[in-house]
Design a protein around this ligand. Structure first.
Ligand code: PMP
Length: 305
């Protein structure tokens, strides 16, 4: 069982997890009308710090805008957001790295299927930072579920209701004995995993589906691209066909809750040598250094809470 910390935030105040409840008549519960993010909180030598907090706030705002939730932006500033997260972190005595799940819920009661001018409330809770895919080689299956498209529910918006798409794919993969699903998009190109982005390495080029491939624009993905640029690795952000994965030298998943996890198999076929490859290993090492505050560049990414 995942450890969830006792002090949460809802309705403008710190409450116990037990008290953090939404009405059964709210749009959040009725339609999954909420947007969210998950971000890492790490222990550094200067105390607890959040990774790329401003980017997570911006993504929440963008997700809200795409869905048409307009009251979050009106009521929240980055400064207030940082303050309440700090309050939650301090209210719990953390002894480990955790993930913060921050959600903007439409808590208006029975307004019907619409999104504008409805009341919203923000919730935060913290839980232990356990990865959602194995860190010693992920076994993927190509999902028979298609990634939700930009014309259905834009995947670049992190909307709770849209996660039924991920649940279908992940459960199907688990039932078939795999670790996670590989989603193809509406035109049959590689999109992403159920809750992580994907990268391939072929002939020393780092390849990842572009932002028009029906992906969530992951903040870890962005970090990996920044590290790769710094390391002068050739990058291709483009449409990626499924057969390219079978042919890749290396492949890995990236995400807050996946970290940088190498993919060893797709549909039972071994990718490359089936082990952690040199490019993945280097990017993984640099990512962890950044995340843990051990790199000179960490200052740019970490906010002390
Ligand atoms: N794609 C999906 C569908 C996800 O749910 C996630 C996890 N948030 C990611 C990609 C990775 O995003 P991030 O690096 O911001 O965690």
């Amino acid at each position: 069982m995942l450890r969830i910390y006792e002090k949460a935030f809802l309705g403008e105040k710190i409450v116990s997890l037990e008290e953090a409840k939404l009405s059964i008549a709210s749009s959040a519960v009725l339609y999954g009308l909420s947007v969210y993010t998950v971000l890492p909180i790490v222990h550094t030598k200067d105390g607890a710090a959040a990774f790329r907090l401003a980017d997570h706030f911006d993504r929440l705002i963008n997700s809200s805008r795409i869905i048409g939730i307009d009251t979050f932006e009106k009521n929240w500033t980055y400064e207030k957001f940082e303050k309440v997260l700090t309050d939650v972190v301090r209210a719990n005595s953390l002894k480990e790295n955790v993930f913060a799940r921050i959600t903007v819920h439409v808590d208006e009661l029975v307004p019907g299927t619409r999104s504008r001018e409805l009341s919203t409330t923000l919730s935060i809770f913290l839980y232990e930072a356990k990865p959602i895919v194995p860190q010693n080689g992920v076994r993927l299956m190509t999902s028979r579920w298609q990634r939700v498209s930009d014309r259905a529910i834009p995947p670049r918006a992190k909307v709770n209701g849209a996660y039924v798409n991920s649940v279908l794919a992940k459960q199907e993969a688990i039932d078939a004995g795999f670790d996670d699903a590989l989603f193809l998009n509406v035109v049959g190109n590689i999109s992403e995993l159920s809750a992580a982005n994907i990268f391939l390495v072929k002939d020393s080029v780092l390849i990842t589906p572009d932002t028009a491939s029906d992906i969530l624009e992951g903040i870890t993905r962005r970090t990996i691209l920044e590290i790769a640029k710094e390391e002068e690795i050739k990058i291709e952000e483009r449409s990626v066909q499924p057969s390219e994965l079978t042919e890749a030298d290396e492949a890995f998943a990236s995400g807050t809750s996946s970290f940088v996890a190498h993919i060893k198999e797709i549909d039972g076929k071994i990718i490359g040598k089936g082990v952690l490859g040199p490019v993945t290993s280097m990017l993984q090492k640099k990512y962890f250094e950044l995340l843990k505050g051990q790199s000179v560049a960490s200052k740019k990414y970490l906010t002390n809470l």
